[in-house]
Ligand binder design. Structure first.
Ligand code: TRP
Length: 335
């Protein structure tokens, strides 16, 4: 009974539209998002405003943003259950980011490891947006009074900053924001490169055999798994000394819903060839319906547009409510 009366907790998350999504995004985030839809009120956005902190080709960005939205849906994010929208469609993100930037210290932002990494990588374009990126991210989350934010490890520092800024604001101006917590999904979904398993699977991998696109064909997926790096012994077991095999077991476990130990037991005594083939087939079978759904969505522009328009409307309504409260708290004259 209790549970029925209790309001569902709210989840907010998003990805930058930087190219096609990989098996790493799928197993590390999207599959998680899908599973949360029944128990939480979920809001998932496409962070196109964050994307322009590095130089983008405008036509490409527009195209990829649409594709990422369609990939969310193709992976099982259900527009009937979750709110889906483009960050740039809700101006309150930029507006709250300004207020929060006046409540964030230069020193805090200078400590962000992502800023340090990215300013090294893009030394010719260390723009102010790259520096204030975490403030915009805090605005994304706080606007919706989110309780939980599913993110990867690389974003935990940004969530920590969001919490600090929220607490500080609440302290100075009175209770305004829900202080969010990171939502750490089930273990084992950290997917590494198939070619250099000490690195995270990434679409910027110079070797395309290192990553699986969510939309790769079955043949390509199986071929990439056949070529996956293992090691020179023959034992199928997880271990720090066996990063390639461990990664394949992790992937297999995540796709089949088994534990890594169960997966290892299933393949005990078998050869690497059979093992890699089985993992490839499991992944191909998991992603086949995703690709099919994506192709259907690509042909139905009107439906996709309806989803993001509706999403922007709902998100805009929720965000405006928080922003009104914030404007009042900081002493802006009501209009
Ligand atoms: N910074 C996140 C990433 O690169 C993307 C992001 C932007 C985000 N705003 C967010 C994630 C708010 C969760 C919540 O992965």
């Amino acid at each position: 009974m209790e549970q029925n009366i209790e309001k569902k907790k709210r989840i907010f998350s998003g990805m930058q539209p930087s190219g096609e999504l990989t098996l790493g995004n799928y197993l590390g985030a999207l599959k998680n998002w899908v599973g949360l839809q029944d128990d939480y009120e979920c809001i998932y956005a496409i962070m196109n405003m964050h994307a322009i902190t590095v130089r983008q080709d405008p036509a490409e960005l527009r195209k990829r943003s649409m594709e990422v939205l369609m990939q969310y849906i193709a992976c099982g994010v259900d527009p009937e259950k979750s709110v889906l929208f483009f960050q740039s469609h809700v101006p309150a993100h930029a507006e709250l980011a300004w207020i929060l930037s006046c409540n964030t210290q230069m020193g805090e932002l200078s400590r962000m490891t992502q800023f340090k990494d990215k300013s090294q990588k893009h030394a010719d374009n260390i723009n102010a947006g790259l520096f204030t990126y975490p403030v915009l991210m805090a605005a994304d989350i706080l606007l919706y009074q989110a309780d939980l934010v599913p993110v990867g490890n690389d974003q935990l520092q940004h969530i920590e900053l969001t919490r600090d800024v929220a607490n500080r604001f609440n302290f100075h101006y009175g209770e305004t924001f829900t202080v969010p917590e990171p939502y750490i999904g089930k273990a084992g979904a950290r997917v590494m490169s198939l070619q250099s398993p000490e690195n995270k699977m990434s679409k910027s991998d110079p070797n395309p055999n290192g990553y699986i696109w969510i939309l790769d064909s079955e043949d390509v997926i199986i071929k990439k798994f056949k070529r996956a790096v293992t090691d020179s012994d023959t034992e199928i077991r997880p271990g720090a000394d066996k990063p390639g095999v461990t990664n394949l077991l992790t992937i297999y476990a995540a796709v089949t819903g088994k534990t890594v130990e169960e997966a290892a037991a299933e393949f005990a005594g078998q050869g690497y060839g059979t093992f890699k083939m089985a993992v490839g087939e499991a992944v191909a079978a998991e992603l086949a319906p995703v690709r099919k759904r994506f192709e259907e969505l690509s042909k139905d522009k009107a439906y996709v547009e309806e989803i993001y328009q509706k999403g922007a409307e709902i998100a805009g309504y929720l965000a405006a409510k928080t922003l009104r409260k914030v404007y009042k708290k900081v002493g802006f004259v009501a209009r």
